[in-house]
Design a protein around this ligand. Structure first.
Ligand SMILES: *Cc1c(COP(=O)(O)O)cnc(C)c1O
Length: 423
């Protein structure tokens, strides 16, 4: 038995599947708002031997020996995270965004305590107290939504619910809301009712890092995020907080919720944080928003309906009600045409969450490939063509149509190298 063949020799099945995924990611128009292309450097770090090491605890306070490398590595990731966001404290160990949110709850609210968060159908995340999430099962969750008239956050409703229910913690942040969040207004309400404000910037962390969205860090007790969405790092989580909550947050992550940190991911986070600290990341963040706005205009020019009429961030919510097909059906048809996006509920959706009326479109991944505002008309054209064809045929598109559109998409993307993937 030899232990060291490269993946292709050791396991051709897995190797081939990975190669197929590389090709798929290279050839398709990737518009899922939570996804991106991590750089080759980030991917390399996440494949490092650090995965072999156990390191329960924190730098300088570990339960295992052999921390010569892990300690300075984690300290480096922490310092860079603090520098990006101007935070007093950072915990880089959360396995992903959901565990980061659970840790914030564990640190700041006693079990069964009342929390206030944005509801899932309005654009919030499961972990902000939705009923099937642990956060809705173990805590008394109250939820706010958006205004029916303009589908924007209604701070009067947030204030009224906060006054009525006196939550211990208020969540702000979202997975499908195309507008800027007023963190100062949330902080004012949290302050009025004596609640901790926690901002979950999983979707917009890259925009905040690059100065293309206001930062919640000055306003919130804690800020949670993923590292793999607009921040363009490895799959993982991150918590930033005020010094006064540092101990409680660290205790909640370990030993409260997790065991050993994933050191290979810590390394990849450190690499991604270095990339985010580079001045060019500001341009990247600004370009994402520019592209999203341009794509929105291109959809409006093609008579599509956008929730809130446009966007301030990286994402658009298209309301497909007028087309006669659901978001899920459209997304499935488009996927066969090399266009990847997801069906999504729209505010006050008349359809079920599993078969919603909208699609969500994010620009982080295409922007990472170098597409700019002048390319957005073509992108809208591909999507519009697919949706119209699907609508004409009750949701289905023919194989010939799908093959033709997928081929044109692949050709269009050819001049834009996909970061991280071999060519
Ligand atoms: C994606 C997301 C999360 C969860 O992240 P996972 O890494 O999938 O667990 C949490 N909050 C928000 C707002 C998100 O969009």
């Amino acid at each position: 038995m030899t232990f060291d063949p490269a993946l292709q020799d050791a396991d051709p099945e897995v190797s081939d599947l990975i190669a197929r995924e590389d090709t798929r990611q290279r050839d398709s128009l990737r518009l899922i708002a939570s996804e991106n292309y991590a750089s080759r450097a980030v991917l390399e770090a996440s494949a490092a031997s650090l995965t072999n090491k156990y390191a329960e605890g924190y730098p300088g306070r570990r339960y295992y020996e052999g921390m010569d490398v892990i300690d300075p590595l984690e300290a480096l990731a922490i310092d860079r995270a603090k520098a990006i966001f101007g935070a007093e404290h950072a915990n880089v160990q959360p396995y992903s965004g959901s565990p980061a949110n659970l840790a914030a709850l564990l640190a700041l609210v006693e079990p069964g305590g009342t929390i206030l968060g944005m509801s899932l159908p309005a654009g919030g995340h499961l972990t902000h107290g939705w009923k099937v999430s642990a956060t809705g099962i173990y805590y008394n969750a109250v939820q706010y939504g958006v205004r029916e008239s303009d589908h924007r956050l209604d701070m009067d409703q947030v204030r009224a619910l906060a006054k009525e229910h006196a939550p211990k913690l208020i969540w702000c942040g979202h997975s499908a809301y195309p507008r800027t969040v007023d963190f100062a207004a949330f902080a004012e309400i949290a302050n009025e009712v004596g609640a901790h404000l926690v901002a979950d910037i999983a979707h917009i962390a890259g925009l905040v890092a690059g100065g293309a969205h206001p930062s919640p860090v000055p306003h919130a007790a804690a800020v949670t995020t993923t590292t793999h969405k607009t921040l363009r790092g490895p799959r993982g989580g991150l918590i930033l907080c005020k010094q006064e909550h540092a101990k409680a947050i660290d205790k909640a992550v370990f030993p409260g919720l997790q065991g050993g940190p994933h050191n290979h991911t810590t390394a990849a986070k450190a690499v991604a944080f270095k990339e985010a600290l580079d001045p060019s990341f500001k341009d990247y963040a600004a370009q994402i928003v520019t592209n999203a706005k341009a794509l929105g205009e291109a959809f409006l020019a093609r008579d599509h309906a956008l929730i809130t009429g446009g966007t301030d961030n990286h994402l658009l919510l298209l309301d497909l009600t007028a087309t006669g097909i659901s978001g899920r059906v459209a997304a499935k048809a488009l996927n066969g045409c090399g266009i990847e996006l997801n069906g999504n509920s729209i505010p006050f959706d008349k359809r079920k969450p599993f078969d919603p009326s909208g699609v969500r479109i994010g620009l982080a991944a295409l922007t990472s490939r170098g597409l700019a505002a002048e390319h957005m008309d073509a992108v809208a054209g591909f999507i519009d063509e697919g949706i119209r064809e699907a609508a004409k045929h009750d949701g289905a598109v023919s194989d010939a149509f799908a093959t033709s559109l997928a081929g044109r998409v692949r050709e269009y993307l050819q001049p834009f190298p996909a970061p991280g993937l071999s060519h």
